[in-house]
Structures are given as structure tokens and as C-alpha cells.
Write a protein that binds this ligand. Structure first.
Ligand SMILES: [Zn+2]
Ligand SMILES: [Zn+2]
Length: 415
């Protein structure tokens, strides 16, 4: 038997409902804020991710699905959504038309990581990217959008962590102080961090190794090194969050695992999720468009992990849905008449299922019961003769006989 590859999984019909609910809610909220959907390819040139995410990052060094196609090109299954959207933004000359653009996307991403609860190698994200504005209130709006999605889905126990990663003016000062601190504690760092220490010291901050984390927490805080511009930007963002009553916490060690972030970075943490507790995250990337060959255009975005949100929603339990009716025909004549009755019910939006099983009433009732049916419609010879149908309540066992012509009106009470 061939199984789905490690770190991937099938999303079965019972789960798809939750997925659709998330996708629909997010899509509607994005539209509310003027975002338009963009769809980019699943794979891109490898260099796109090397140049944007950064060479000395976990994603680029260890986690990318990179392969050569038959033409010898190096391609990579997208590990995240931002770089492809920036690439598309430039390729289709949005900066020349109107650099202010708001996009959203939904789709699978791929990273070769150790699979665990809430973490897969093919995972799915909904996200947004804003191009053009550098106003801090846009940062607030981007955070508010996530807040609204969670509120709409009735998810609580969330914490917003926020930090500033500074800019090209102030980050070098912090970087220098950080390297000095890390060098002094070199022997306490893991192998990867020792190697990356000088090339990409910020990446030590998101190392999961407890030893590395301890060293980081004893070190300098970026918030102490911010220039006036970055400090003011951060103040306006936190003031904005307060005005919208969105609770947040400044975490001076929050950096996110990608090199392109500048100024605002943030994470939504779900307190009941365990180790993989980040549900959505993102930040500002004021230099990324330029780094990928475009003009100087600031940007900001976030990505929300659908798998993590599904976990939360499943643990919480979805609101009880109206279950469809099951149709139980007894004999060929009942099937022939039943197909017309079912179509008419569906015309009025009443969901009704016939599994296609031709069997005894007992066997069909058993099947409907196994599928959790609340009510079934039974059509036998005598019912056909009287142009009636039997409606059986599966929980209470109660049966009613209803004229065909009254059926729609009668069922409207339940649907
Ligand atoms: Zn700065
Ligand atoms: Zn480390």
C-alpha cells in the first residue's frame, strides 16, 4: 500500500468543513479591507527564496524542497507566500501603474521540517501583502485584520506579541552588540548558531535550542537600539493597537525566521496550543521589493497557518450543523419516485442524501444511523400508493406520515 508522504496528509470531508469556514471567513474579511486575491505558482526559481528569505536561515539552509527540472533549472516549492507575491508584483509592473496594492492569497506551502502536531511538510496559509504605505497605522490595520478573523471564528486565548527590528540605520548598532555578546558566549551556543553567529546573528534569536535561548535572553535588546524614526513608528503602532483595544505584549527577542523584516514584526500566539503555538505572524519588509530588483517600495504582510487554526477550532468544537435528511427507498419504484421528490426538496434548499445503497430498510436505517442522520425519509410501496412519505426522527424514534404535496412545507420547520 502506498501512503501519503511523511508530513503530508489528506484533508477528509469531515475536516474540509472547518477549512472552508476558515478560508471563507478570511476571504470575506480581506475583501472588507480592500484586499484582492492573487494566485502565484506552487514552485518558483530557487534564487527568489535565497535572495529574499536569506541564505543563512533555517528555511533556505535546511527546509526547502529544491529540485532540478528536466531543463536543468533549479526550482523550489514555495516555503512561504511573500516572496512570490513580491515577484508577481514586480513582474506585472504594479509599481509603474499604482504602487499601492493590497493582495491576499490562500494555498499550500512546503518546508522539510520534522513533522509534529500542527506542523506538516505541506502546510497551508492564508495571508496578505500590502505594498506602498509606510504609515504605522497600516501595521495596525494588518494586525486588526488578524484579530477580526479570530474574533469572527470565535477563537479566544490569543496573545499578540510585537517587536521592532529597526532599519538599516539602527540595526547595525544592535547587530554589533549582539555579535559581541554571542561571541563571549560562543561555547554555550549550538553548532548552527556558532557557525551563523557573525554572518547572520539575528537567526540565533529564533533558534529553538534552550541553551541558545538562554544566551539570547541575557543579551542586548533591539528595542534599546532603535533610531528615533523606528522608535516613533513602534510607538504609533502600539498606540493604534490600544485605541482598537487589541491587547499586545512587546517581546524584544521576537525576530521571525526570515531576513527581510524591518521595523514591525508580530505573532499571534494561542496559549492552549503547546509548542507549535504561533497561529499567524508577519511583519514589515521595507527593503524587500528593492532587494528583489524593484524600486524602493515599503511593504507589510502576514500569514496565518490554517492547520493550527483547524486544531484550535476542532478542540473548541464547531457549532452544531443541520444534518441532511437521508432518503431510504424500498424498491425500484421508490427510487424512481424518490429521485423526483429529492430534486424538489433540493430546489427549496433542503439537503437530502441518497447513498445509492439498495438494501433492506434495516440495513439502510443502520447506515443512516452510522452517518449520524437526525431524520430519514422512508418511501415504500404503500406510501407510494397514497402519495405519502414517512419522516422518521432517528433520535426519538418518532414517525410521521406526510403527503408529498405537504412535504416541503413540513420540512421547512427543520431547515
Ligand atoms: Zn531605525
Ligand atoms: Zn542555536
Amino acid at each position: 500500500m502506498i501512503k501519503a508522504p511523511t508530513g503530508t496528509r489528506d484533508i477528509l470531508p469531515e475536516d474540509v468543513k472547518t477549512w472552508q469556514r476558515i478560508e471563507k471567513t478570511a476571504g470575506e474579511i480581506f475583501t472588507l479591507y480592500g484586499y484582492e486575491e492573487i494566485r502565484t505558482p506552487i514552485f518558483e526559481s530557487t534564487s527568489l527564496f535565497q535572495r529574499s528569505i536569506g541564505e543563512a536561515t533555517d528555511i533556505v539552509e535546511k527546509e526547502m524542497y529544491t529540485f532540478k527540472d528536466k531543463g536543468g533549472r533549479s526550482l523550489t516549492l514555495r516555503p512561504e507566500g511573500t516572496a512570490p507575491v513580491v515577484r508577481a508584483y514586480l513582474e506585472h509592473q504594479f509599481p509603474q501603474r499604482d504602487q499601492f496594492q493590497k493582495f491576499y492569497y490562500i494555498g499550500p506551502m512546503f518546508r522539510y521540517e520534522r513533522p509534529q502536531k500542527g506542523r506538516f511538510r505541506q502546510f497551508h496559509q492564508v495571508g496578505i501583502e500590502v505594498f506602498g504605505p509606510n504609515h504605522p497605522m497600516i501595521d495596525v490595520e494588518v494586525i486588526a485584520i488578524q484579530w477580526r478573523i479570530f474574533k469572527e471564528l470565535d477563537v479566544s486565548d490569543l496573545k499578540v506579541k510585537i517587536n521592532s527590528l529597526g532599519c538599516e540605520k539602527c540595526r547595525p548598532g544592535y547587530r554589533k552588540a549582539l555579535i559581541e555578546h554571542l561571541k563571549k558566549n560562543r561555547e554555550r551556543l549550538c553548532e548552527t548558531c556558532q557557525r551563523r553567529l557573525e554572518r547572520n546573528p539575528l537567526r540565533v534569536l529564533d533558534c529553538k535550542n534552550p541553551g541558545c535561548q538562554q544566551v539570547v535572553r541575557e543579551g542586548p535588546k533591539i528595542t534599546d537600539y532603535l533610531c528615533n524614526d523606528c522608535r516613533e513608528h513602534m510607538k504609533k503602532v502600539t498606540d493604534g493597537l490600544e485605541s482598537l483595544k487589541i491587547p499586545y505584549e512587546v517581546d524584544p527577542f521576537l525576530v521571525r525566521g526570515l531576513d527581510y523584516y524591518t521595523k514591525t514584526v508580530f505573532e499571534f500566539i494561542h496559549t492552549a496550543l503547546g509548542a507549535q503555538n504561533t497561529v499567524s505572524a508577519g511583519g514589515r519588509y521595507d527593503n524587500l521589493v528593492e532587494e528583489l530588483g524593484g524600486p524602493e517600495i515599503p511593504g507589510i504582510g502576514f500569514a496565518l497557518g490554517i492547520e493550527r487554526l483547524v486544531l484550535i477550532l476542532n478542540e473548541k468544537g464547531l457549532p452544531e450543523e443541520k444534518k441532511p435528511l437521508y432518503f431510504i427507498p424500498l424498491g425500484e419504484e421508490a427510487i424512481k419516485e424518490g429521485i423526483k421528490i429529492m430534486e424538489e426538496l433540493r430546489d427549496s434548499g433542503i439537503p437530502v442524501i441518497w447513498t445509492g445503497k439498495v438494501a433492506s430498510i434495516k440495513a439502510q436505517l443502520r447506515q443512516a444511523n452510522k452517518r449520524g442522520a437526525d431524520r430519514v425519509l422512508i418511501l415504500g410501496e404503500s406510501e407510494i400508493e397514497n402519495r405519502e412519505i414517512k419522516l422518521k426522527d432517528m433520535k426519538e424514534g418518532r414517525e410521521e406520515v406526510i403527503k408529498w404535496k405537504d412535504l416541503k412545507e413540513h420540512l421547512r420547520y427543520y431547515f
